[in-house]
Design a protein around this ligand. Structure first.
Ligand code: HEM
Length: 215
């Protein structure tokens, strides 16, 4: 018997569970900070931790739709908005950590970084692009924009993901293996979407083509 998640189950169990799971890395980090387990440079540890989770959540968001299509399991689509907002939250913490604890609100230095460190420039672009997505994540905004325009706007997530991987790649000085793994996963996810879109388009034009009458 197929396991069907009812609307009520999703609301009462699924969403709180996914919310707790998304929050658990932060809880773990707070615990590590409390017991003094962040090593010699806690600010750097916080920057790396939040950066890693920001990127993971962006990749997770992009995985949801292909996963649902390939498996025929639709329930994860219901958590996509929450996952997206967690991607935004971790990125926000990452940037806030840089501004407050790394740069001590030295805006001149922060501004100079934008022009002198390429990975910071790319990071800012990715971060700023997340704002319109977070701001239009409510049902009211979907209705206001219309599904088509909303979908078009939310395609920015691909650009954000590419920017985030480039940011990571440029930041790493020697061992680029991890950013390259992210790049490979991203290429796979984007490739899947391109193929799916091409198939949909081909299907549509086949349906539109006039039937040739047998002579
Ligand atoms: C979508 C936006 C962003 C994502 C996904 C992201 C992700 C990451 C990742 C994955 C790392 C590497 C962490 C590691 O070494 O394990 C990183 C490092 C870093 N990011 Fe970001 N980042 C973003 C935006 C920004 C912005 C806007 C800033 C600053 C204004 C920034 C500043 C930094 C810094 C300074 C590091 C290096 C930390 C170090 O040297 O230890 N990032 N980021």
């Amino acid at each position: 018997m197929p396991v069907m998640m009812t609307e009520q189950r999703i609301r009462l169990i699924g969403k709180p569970l996914v919310f707790a799971l998304c929050l658990s890395p932060l809880a773990w980090f707070a615990w590590a900070a409390w017991v003094g387990g962040l090593g010699a440079n806690p600010v750097e540890a916080a920057n790396r931790f939040t950066g890693d989770w920001a990127l993971r959540f962006i990749v997770i968001v992009l995985t949801v739709s292909p996963l649902c299509r390939l498996s025929g399991w639709a329930a994860p689509m219901r958590f996509r908005r929450m996952l997206g907002l967690f991607a935004f939250a971790y990125t926000f913490l990452h940037t806030a950590n840089y501004i407050a604890l790394d740069q001590f609100f030295d805006w001149r230095e922060i501004w100079a970084d934008v022009f002198t460190r390429r990975y910071i420039t790319v990071g800012w672009v990715a971060f700023l692009l997340l704002f319109p997505l977070a701001a239009t994540s409510t049902n009211a905004m979907v209705r206001r924009l219309g599904a088509g325009r909303w979908k078009q706007l939310h395609r920015l997530v691909y650009l954000i993901a590419i920017g985030s991987v480039i940011h990571y790649y440029l930041m790493v000085k020697a061992d680029v293996r991890e950013p390259l793994i992210y790049a490979a996963v991203l290429a796979l996810l984007l490739g899947y979407r391109v193929v799916a879109a091409m198939r949909r388009r081909a299907g549509r034009s086949r349906r539109r083509a006039p039937r040739v009458q047998p002579v």
